[in-house]
Design a protein around this ligand. Sequence first.
Ligand code: BJW
Ligand code: ZN
Length: 273
Amino acid sequence: MAPSKDFDNFRTLLRSSKHIIAVAGAGLSAASGIPTFRGTGGMWRKYDAFSLATPEGFAQSPSLVWQFYHYRRQAALAAQPNRAHLALSFFSLPAARNQIVPGSTFTLITQNVDGLSARSDQEPPILEMHGRLFDLLCTNRKCKHVEFNAESPICEGLAGTEMLIETKTTDPNIELEDLPRCSKCGALGRPGVVWFGETPHHLDTIDGLVAQADLCLVIGTSSKVYPAASYAEEVKRHGGKVAVFNVEHSHGDSKAHYLFPGPCEETLPKALG
Ligand code: BJW
Ligand code: ZN
């Protein structure tokens, strides 16, 4: 059966749901000016994902990878939460949601690393499964220190290099000692994000939430990256409902009971309001 596009019908379902999860991706932050990864205007069309978002890429050129993440950190700091973040944030407040869906739970599982959901006062926990742009991770296995650091530039060596990424004229040789260092042991630091081949965060918590969810909102994700791409299917398999919010057709469509095409900054406030 074709998925429903009926907002009234969806809001009726929302009111009868007990355990709601939202699985979000880059499209949630698109209206804030943060580029997505895939598709038109996506970062992986311009930049090579393997060189920039894998442990192997970092081992080969920490200088290049840090310039890319410095650029991303600058973009995230300049951005503001948009209406989609605010709709989710409002829905996350028990006092607000209890008037719509009494006694329900709601958890945001986001693949985004930009921190915009936290900045929109989304009620914790926000499960940032692909990490956070503003965490600095120590590469020394004996230390493994993680610290939050939203300074930009995070170190002098990266100052001004955000322009170089745009023009693909990166500085190949920023010396290791001029890149971000661990404040505890002095070893090289790396961005606190989850690269391909690495294990995402909060998986046990997420698996528990997915197992009990009776409604899954899939927001602004191409649903091409696992394990996030499997959650809607899992909810559907045990009898829950799935609602997809996306401007384009996505892999999530085939699981959808509800499909709301269009920018999520327009459709989410309508669906959750
Ligand atoms: C809008 C909009 C608007 C735009 N409104 N919508 C073969 C099969 C299965 C799996 C694998 C496989 N080969 C390898 C794997 C595993 C791999 C994987 O999935 N690869 C696939 C590419 C095939 N996964 C991993 O390696 C993960 N780890 C893992 O699997 O560990 C093993 C393990 C699993 C489970 C238990 C135990 C162990 C790690 C994945 C890490 C992904 N990292 C990145 C980079 C993060 C750091 C950074 O930001 O730089 O995460 S890659 C990138 O993709 C980023 C994103 O979070 C992620 C997902 O992208 P997202 O958010 O969906 O963005 P887009 O651009 O793809 O889509 C945007 C969507 O928005 C589009 O649909 C637009 O239409 C839409 N849109 N504007 C509404 N206004
Ligand atoms: Zn350290």
